[in-house]
Design a protein around this ligand. Structure first.
Ligand code: 13P
Length: 249
């Protein structure tokens, strides 16, 4: 009953010309794609990429947003500004936001609630550090991030939330979680959703896997019961690698 959802997080890459070239190639090559798609370019590229995606099957996403609607927040970008550019979805709680820019669960939760209140869909990222996995705490860390990230989110609003499990040690390292290890965490996160929101919400919620997803490992990951898509970083920067992932067989 859940469809697959493949998203590309372009992180801090590309000029406007490069972004336009990639967006055009993806629109063309994913026209006959069967799944749900999103690309999330940097803020400076949204106005370039947005119009190119119009009428396509690819949603325009942003990589972050401020926790406040507007005001004196130098260097931040508001949900209202994202909506103004046609952004439909925002990625929140990415591990680079959590660990490099020190965003904590309370701040991420504030952003999640604001995005949902303002009508955006959310991809909420969770995932453990290597030392947390080695200490046997991967499930517990993901549970805490899920529970705290979703605090105050109604069952109705949850239908606009996608979760993305991105083990920090697998991001940009070439090390992918095995499909079995990823599926185990996805299953435990789905159980958290079942406990908080009930069985049908647990069955419906899409849980993407992220962390060194490539054309040659996408199909094995997607074959797993609880893996419903991918959040792709490095391999999302070229049509040649993103399209085969998006059209995994
Ligand atoms: P990589 O695919 O480069 O490992 O990045 C994953 C990621 O962080 C997507 O948000």
């Amino acid at each position: 009953m859940r469809g697959y959802y493949i998203a590309g997080n372009w992180k801090m890459h590309k000029t406007r010309a490069e972004a336009a070239e990639l967006a055009k190639a993806l629109v063309e090559q994913l026209r006959d794609g069967k799944h749900k798609y999103l690309v999330a370019p940097s803020f400076t590229l949204l106005e370039t990429v947005g119009p190119l995606l119009k009428g396509s099957n690819i949603v325009l996403g942003a990589q972050n947003m401020a926790a406040e609607e507007q005001g004196a927040h130098t260097g931040e970008t508001s949900v209202l500004q994202l909506k103004d550019l046609g952004v439909g979805t925002v990625i929140l709680g990415h591990s680079e936001r959590r660990h490099v820019y020190k965003e904590d669960d309370a701040l991420i939760n504030k952003k999640v609630r604001l995005a949902l209140k303002q009508g955006l869909d959310v991809i909420l990222c969770i995932g453990e550090l290597l030392e947390e996995r080695e200490a046997g705490n991967a499930e517990a860390v993901c549970e805490t991030q899920t529970v705290k990230g979703l605090e105050g989110v109604s069952a109705e609003d949850l239908s606009r939330v996608t979760l993305a499990y991105e083990p920090v040690w697998a991001i940009g390292t070439g090390k992918t979680a095995t499909p079995e290890d990823a599926d185990a965490i996805h299953g435990s996160v789905r159980a958290v959703i079942r406990r908080l929101y009930g069985e049908s919400a647990a069955q419906r919620i899409i849980i993407q896997y992220g962390g060194s997803v490539k054309p040659d490992n996408a199909a094995q990951l997607m074959a797993k019961e609880n893996i419903d898509g991918a959040l792709v970083g490095g391999a999302a920067l070229k049509a040649d690698s993103f399209v085969p992932i998006a059209k995994f067989a």
